[in-house]
Design a protein around this ligand. Sequence first.
Ligand code: SAH
Length: 346
Amino acid sequence: MPDLKSMTPEELTAWCKEQGMPAFRGKQIFQWFSRGISSVEEMTNLPKALREKIAQEGQFSAPVVERKQVSKLDGTIKYLWRLSDGNCIETVLMRYRHGNSVCISSQVGCAMGCAFCASTLGGKVRNLTAAELLDQVVFTQKDSGYPISNIVLMGIGEPLDNYDNVKRFLELVNHPDGMNIGMRHISLSTCGLVKGIDRLAEEGLQITLSVSLHAPDDETRTKLMPVNRAHNVDQLFDACRRYFKKTGRRISYEYAMIDGMNDTPYHANLLGDQLEGTIAHVNLIPLNHVEESPYRPSTAKNVAAFQKALEKRGITATVRRRLGSDIDASCGQLRRKAMKAKEARG
Ligand code: SAH
């Protein structure tokens, strides 16, 4: 049966016609999905006969709050959602002066194997559907009561490894009949899948591309990110240049600062060589320590020196403020905890 929530209003309209329902019902159904409903009974402007038809001929599901943590420090809210098949994913709501932003997951688990990341420890279980991507935005807004104006695809998973569903999600969340969130308010973060970056460049979307770089040289990057064996640093920067040429959009580089690993003046210089003269923004993120990982965050002194070295070369570099540090608000930590608790219970 078709997954109705993953459909665009245009597809829903066509589906309604096929089912012998009036075409305008398609838009109404889409609007309900963008408001966050869990059952067909909630579609109160649809006649009962139509609601029954929808329930019989199509299907849709909704996530359930498995856990919710609210930061006492900054109001960040972290959700652990249970999906219809029992898998859990995380979404984080961050409250900024310029609006509320939601960080969503793109897969259940992750196949990329980055050495410092909690999301990848259990491997990838499956891709999220477009509906499951959309629901994270819709239900976070509904449950929290905070209107969401920005989205970052920076939660669990590699969005370019779930390309088609992510693309469809962007269309759904951007649609004027739905959440209507502008592409300029959406960022997508990738560990550096070159083919995906090239494909994305062709879409002509106004989203911001973030690239998880974490090291400017192959030796360091391969230690941290296995993906570097498939696409090395040069190939990645080539793809970034092509992306910029095609889209004219500034790329953001994520750089998790790891003590003694990638935070030395040598690394700052190399990164400067790579980025000098390009239109880029570097986001320095003091590493969040993951229990299973041997890596430690850089000292504040080293982070400041690294930032200064980049700025001297004319490269914009900011140090990311840590939000929700009291609630395991970074990548995969909450899901990991829940999985471990389950294992311990047997
Ligand atoms: N797969 C995508 C998006 C998810 S990860 C990507 O790799 O970009 C979101 C960001 O958090 C990435 O930059 C990732 O490298 C970073 N990250 C993961 N674990 C981290 C940790 N322990 N400390 C700091 N940043 C981390």
